[in-house]
Write a protein that binds this ligand. Structure first.
Ligand code: AMP
Ligand code: MN
Ligand code: MN
Length: 326
């Protein structure tokens, strides 16, 4: 079990009006740990606001309480909690707001990225945790909070999405024990897998159909690209995360690394990177101004798509060579 420091517990104990936020283009762990933290703060009788720059993606709108999440937090806060973000830029506009409106308020960072830059007043960073939701679970244990379904379902959503349903190499027996405890509290695993992992809109199929022909191999890297006009055509932001396309490519036998380039705005390109167990892509992503985990990382680069492709692939090839993979 991961243990929060006494200092962190003190901040939470003393906070009365708390702003909780997570990262842009939120994934299942961002939404899950945010709502889980909300349930915990509600039990602690705190005033709190849950905030994300971007809307909760459709596949997570089955989670009760997602309606509480705002992109425009207003309040007289005395504590900010940042979840599942390895650097301040990951909060997008919300971090600018924090710096402008309440820079003197303590910031508690809870995260599991190996590339975390320790930007908070206190930082609880556990790279061996499979999800930030796991840390919220451990926090709830330390606080002695009851395991309600309101707490359990979003946390299970975080665990399941960040581990691709317990299939990533960082999953250990305790991960499954936590999942069992969450299920005992009333969280349905099939409800989570069906909504968060399996179901996709038809437009996603069309997006994949248009994107798969771009799949290319360079050495042991497989990549595909989604230019801006394709992103726009198939539902914009909500769809661009492309529902596991990069994981699908990462399953290609001949590849050690998979990348999906998504031009999410004119000359703003996200690179979503995955690697085979044993191959590290977090350092390359960090060097490119992003971050992540050894097997799942990413970065955002403001430049034309061909330029971004060249830069990312060149950097990855060099990092692969350093790891003896050519
Ligand atoms: P994704 O490919 O978007 O699912 O992201 C995989 C992992 O990389 C996640 O843990 C993200 O937090 C991290 N990541 C993705 N994009 C960025 C970025 N622009 N900056 C820092 N970390 C990122
Ligand atoms: Mn995340
Ligand atoms: Mn996470």
């Amino acid at each position: 079990m991961f243990k929060p420091t006494d200092e962190l517990l003190q901040y939470i104990e003393q906070g009365q009006d708390i702003l909780v936020m997570s990262h842009i283009a939120p994934d299942g762990d961002a939404v899950g740990s945010l709502l889980g933290m909300g349930a915990l703060l509600k039990w602690l009788d705190k005033n709190y606001v849950l905030a994300l720059q971007d809307p909760v993606p459709e596949q997570f709108r089955y989670l009760p309480g997602h309606e509480q999440v705002t992109s425009n937090p207003i309040g007289d806060f005395d504590l900010v909690i940042g979840l599942d973000a390895s650097d301040p830029e990951r909060f997008g506009r919300l971090f600018q707001l924090y710096e402008e409106e309440f820079p003197s308020i303590p910031l508690v960072v809870i995260d599991h990225h190996i590339t975390n830059t320790y930007f908070g007043t206190v930082n609880w960073v556990e790279p061996n945790a499979v999800a930030t939701a796991e840390l919220i679970f451990d926090l709830s244990e330390v606080l002695g909070a009851p395991k309600t379904e309101e707490l359990a379902l979003p946390l299970l959503n975080g665990l399941v999405t960040d581990t691709l349903c317990f299939r990533t190499p960082n999953v250990v027996p305790r991960t499954l024990e936590i999942a069992a405890s969450l299920m005992n509290a009333g969280a349905s695993l099939s409800l989570v897998t069906e909504n968060a992992l399996n179901m996709k809109p038809f437009s996603m199929v069309k997006l994949w159909a248009e994107t798969l022909p771009t799949a290319t191999m360079v050495g042991k890297i497989i990549y595909a690209e989604i230019p801006y006009h394709v992103v726009e055509k198939y539902g914009g932001k909500d769809n661009y995360n492309s529902g596991g396309l990069v994981n699908f490519l990462a399953a290609v036998k001949e590849a050690a690394v998979a990348v999906v380039f998504t031009e999410r705005g004119p000359q703003v390109v996200d690179a979503s990177i995955r690697s085979r167990p044993g191959v590290d892509v977090s350092k390359a992503a960090f060097e490119l101004g992003g971050g992540g985990h050894p097997q799942a990382a990413g970065c955002t680069i403001r430049a034309p798509l061909p330029e971004v492709k060249e830069k990312v692939i060149g950097t990855l090839l060099r990092h692969l060579k350093e790891q003896g993979i050519e």
